[in-house]
Design a protein around this ligand. Structure first.
Ligand SMILES: Nc1ncnc2c1ncn2[C@@H]1O[C@H](COP(=O)(O)OP(=O)(O)OP(=O)(O)O)[C@@H](O)[C@H]1O
Length: 260
C-alpha cells in the first residue's frame, strides 16, 4: 500500500480537457469582484493524475464543476472534453465530493452497485465488476454495513468504488480526503495510485494539502486568484515522491509560500 511509485506515465499525456477561455458568471456576480474565473485557459492530460492547488476562494471547486458539466462557461469560452464542448454532466465524467457522497439508506454493496444499473453489460459481468471493486477498495468485509456504520476513510472508499465501478473516463475529486487523519489519508493516497495504475483513468483532484498533491499527482498545478491564473505547473517525477527528501520538502515549502 505504501509504494506510490507505480507506473507513472513516461511522456506528456494527451489532452483530456481543453479549458478554452473559460469565464464563469454566477447570477448577480458579473464584472470585477464577481466570479473568480475569467478568460481562463489550460489543458489537462488524459490518463494521468492532475492535482489542483490554490488559495481558498480562487475558484478550484468551480473549475472542477465546469469540468464535470455542472457549470457552463459564459459567452464564447468553455471546456472541451476530447474535442467536444461540455454542455451537461455525463456518465463519463464522475465527481466525488468531500463528504455526503453516499445514499444513507443503502448498504455498501448497494451503494457501489447503484450506478451499475445505468451501465451496459450482462448481469454476470456487472456482478463480477462489483465484487472486484469491493476487493480493490478492501471493503468485502463491510459490504453489508450502512454508511452511518462506517469510518470516514471507509465512506470515501465506497464513494470512489461507486464512481469507478461505472468505468468513467474521468474521476473528479474535490478535497476527498480532507476529513481524514494523516495516516488514513496516506493510505488513501496509496489506494488511489493503485487504482490509477490498474485503470489509467484520468483523475483531477482539488486539494489544500501540498504533500498530498505532490505524492499523488503526476502533474501539480498551483492556481492564483481573481482572476484565476496558473502560478506554477510542475510535473512530479516518481523519484520526487519521497516525502522527507530535501528536494521534495523544498518544492513543498515553495508551493506553500505561493498559496499563502
Ligand atoms: N453558485 C455560486 N454563486 C455565487 N458565487 C459562487 C457560487 N459558487 C462559488 N461562488 C463564489 O466563487 C468563488 C470561488 O468559489 P470556489 O468554491 O470555486 O473556490 P475554491 O477555490 O474551491 O475555495 P475553497 O478552497 O475555499 O474550497 C467564491 O467567492 C464563491 O463564493
Amino acid at each position: 500500500m505504501e509504494n506510490l511509485k507505480v507506473l507513472a506515465p513516461t511522456t506528456k499525456a494527451d489532452v483530456a480537457f481543453k479549458i478554452d477561455h473559460l469565464t464563469v458568471d454566477f447570477p448577480g456576480s458579473k464584472g470585477e469582484g464577481g466570479s473568480p474565473i475569467r478568460d481562463f485557459s489550460l489543458d489537462i492530460g488524459s490518463g494521468e493524475i492532475t492535482c489542483l492547488l490554490g488559495p481558498s476562494g480562487c475558484g478550484k471547486t468551480t473549475l472542477l464543476r465546469a469540468l464535470g458539466g455542472f457549470v457552463r462557461g459564459a459567452s464564447d469560452g468553455g471546456v472541451l472534453f476530447q474535442g467536444q464542448w461540455i454542455e451537461a454532466p455525463s456518465r463519463e465524467i464522475v465527481m466525488i465530493f468531500q463528504e455526503n457522497n453516499l445514499y444513507p439508506w443503502l448498504n455498501v454493496r448497494k451503494n457501489i452497485a447503484f450506478g451499475l444499473a445505468y451501465c451496459d453489460g450482462s448481469r454476470r459481468e456487472k456482478n463480477e465488476r462489483l465484487e472486484q471493486m469491493l476487493q480493490d477498495v478492501d471493503l468485502v468485509h463491510a459490504s453489508a454495513k450502512y454508511p452511518h456504520e462506517l469510518s470516514g476513510g471507509m465512506r470515501q472508499r465506497v464513494a470512489i468504488a461507486r464512481a469507478l465501478v461505472m468505468q468513467p473516463r474521468v474521476l473528479l475529486l474535490d478535497e476527498p480526503f480532507s476529513a481524514l487523519d494523516v495516516s488514513l489519508r496516506r493510505r488513501m493516497h496509496a489506494l488511489l495510485r493503485q487504482i490509477w495504475a490498474a485503470t489509467r483513468t484520468t483523475f483531477v483532484m482539488v486539494t489544500h494539502n501540498v504533500e498530498e498533491a505532490l505524492m499523488v499527482g503526476h502533474r501539480v498545478i498551483v492556481l492564483g486568484g481573481r482572476p484565476m491564473s496558473v502560478v506554477l505547473d510542475e510535473r512530479i517525477g516518481e523519484t520526487m515522491k519521497e516525502r522527507y527528501a530535501p528536494e521534495f520538502l523544498k518544492l513543498q515549502k515553495h508551493i506553500e509560500d505561493l498559496i499563502d
